[in-house]
Ligand binder design. Structure first.
Ligand code: ADP
Ligand code: MG
Length: 463
């Protein structure tokens, strides 16, 4: 077996050139990105597909490295060519020496709010005024665009009314092109290999579609607004740093139509719907405990990476084909515009100190985890069923806590209560929670009548 175990779908970057492949081998250049299809038994080789050409073949494991994380301190911009408010003269200076198709976009000094596209062509710089009309942008009053990103993408492909196609962006100093950096690190996927299917969900910032990327089933979140896409991109950096069996895996991003975020496909949907549609009759206790343990393990890993989720709730837990629960939307919660607006926080899940003083921490995530436990053991009910948001806040301060859901084991209820300690320091760590739940699961598995289910679950947890 190969020394490293990269599962199917892993994105790897090649370490050197290999331009004269033998039969069955893949040709590649240093820095190319490939998708692992499978390890080749008995040899230190992988079968993989080249992300650019789409060709399939064998590669030596030694020629590959797994792609790295995007550094959060990199100022990645979806619009590195946007220079803000600079004059026409300054724009001309920026575009020296002349080069056909070198371009930037600036905000007009004379007409604030208006954009100007400046393009170098034949030793001159041509300034195109971008017209605003009913929330759309246009240069020639024929082609209309929703935002600058779409407009630039279009004129990179077609010359249209311009003197030349846009060839090379002139980046504002200090700005790094998200496209270049993501490509270098191996996180930029190829639009040509993505097939989009039906809509499987609706997020706050855009639709979630089912799709296929190089033979692998994927879910794709499409963020269309350029400002939101930029914010998401910054937070995607967090997702490139993590890898755990209980975290929904980011496969990569595509800069098209705003932003496509490509993730592993979780065929059984979110945990709330999973539990509501099946209910007590179909989901046995060991399964509830296993889901709870899955989430605690994912969160323990996030805590170890010093990442705070801020929006942990059963709706953000997704279930895979083999019924593994995974945490999603981590690192993205801060993008949420409601982050600043406390009136829009998910009040019933948020710890009191986070609601009141904006003190988010792994311990505030633990509070939310307690609410999630309650959701799980009540088969997807909405928490504090009879209370308004205002009442919840008031009553919590007076010491009120939710009752145990019907049929909830007392030990599990005790865990919920420990998560709901007013003092964050008194709440357990996710590590402690995983230990307690593991014990609980072992006991439930040993109980008469649940034996067979417990066996199938412990078998699954070995992979
Ligand atoms: P948002 O957090 O922006 O509201 P979500 O990421 O929670 O949006 O996605 C909304 C819904 O789309 C989810 O509840 C789930 O049903 C579906 N969904 C999201 N990501 C996936 C995925 N990776 N696999 C399968 N379904 C998904
Ligand atoms: Mg969500």
């Amino acid at each position: 077996m190969p020394s490293k175990h990269w599962p199917a779908g892993t994105q790897c970057v090649t370490k050197h050139d290999h331009t004269k492949p033998k039969a069955g081998e893949l040709a590649f250049h240093k820095g190319d990105v490939v998708t692992i299809i499978e390890a080749v038994e008995g040899r230190n080789w992988y079968r993989a597909r080249h992300n650019e050409s789409g060709q399939e073949g064998l590669l030596a494991a030694g020629a590959l490295r797994e792609r790295g994380a995007i550094r959060a301190d990199h100022k990645l911009s979806l619009m590195p060519w946007f220079h803000g408010k600079i004059s026409g003269v300054e724009a001309v200076q920026e575009l020296q020496p002349p080069e056909d198709g070198l371009f930037l976009v600036r905000e007009s000094v004379r007409h604030p709010g208006d954009y100007v596209l400046c393009v170098s062509f034949g030793k001159e710089v041509i300034h195109y005024r971008v017209l605003h009309q009913d929330n759309t942008l246009s240069i020639d009053s024929e082609q209309y665009f929703c935002n600058l990103i779409d407009m630039i993408e279009h004129y990179t492909e077609q010359q249209g009314a311009l003197c030349t196609k846009l060839v090379k962006p002139k980046a504002k100093s200090g700005m790094k092109s998200a496209e270049e950096e993501l490509a270098k690190a191996g996180w930029l996927l190829n639009l040509q290999h993505l097939t989009l299917g039906e809509r499987i969900g609706q997020g706050e910032f855009g639709d979630v579609l089912q799709g296929e990327y190089m033979g692998q089933k994927v879910a794709v979140k499409n963020v269309k607004c350029d400002v939101t896409a930029q914010a998401f991109l910054a937070e995607t950096a967090a997702m490139t740093k993590v890898r755990h069996k209980n975290l929904v895996r980011l496969l990569g991003v595509i800069l098209h139509n705003g932003l496509y975020i490509v993730m592993e496909f979780m065929s059984k949907g979110n945990l709330v719907n999973f539990l509501r549609t099946r209910g007590r009759a179909l989901v046995p206790l060991p399964q509830l405990l296993q889901f709870s343990l899955d989430v605690a393990q994912g969160m323990d890993y996030l805590e170890s990476k010093k990442l705070v989720h801020r929006d942990l709730a059963a709706r953000n837990i997704l279930i895979s084909e083999d019924s593994v629960a995974k945490v999603s939307d981590f690192g993205l919660a801060r993008v949420n515009p409601r982050g600043a607006d406390t009136t829009l926080l998910p009040v019933k899940w948020t710890a009191p100190e986070a609601l009141k003083h904006n003190k988010f921490s792994s311990k505030s995530d633990v509070w939310s985890y307690g609410i999630l436990l309650w959701e799980v053991f009540s088969f997807g009910r909405a928490p504090y069923p009879k209370l308004s948001l205002k009442e919840v806040t008031e009553q919590l301060e007076q010491g009120y806590r939710m009752e145990p859901p019907e049929g909830c084991p007392p030990t599990v209820y005790a865990l919920m209560r420990s998560c709901w300690e007013m003092e964050p320091g008194k709440r357990p760590s996710f590590k402690k929670l995983t230990e307690k739940l593991q014990k609980e699961l072992n006991r439930a598995g040993a109980a008469p009548g649940t034996g067979s289910q417990a066996i199938s679950i412990s078998q699954r947890s070995r992979d």
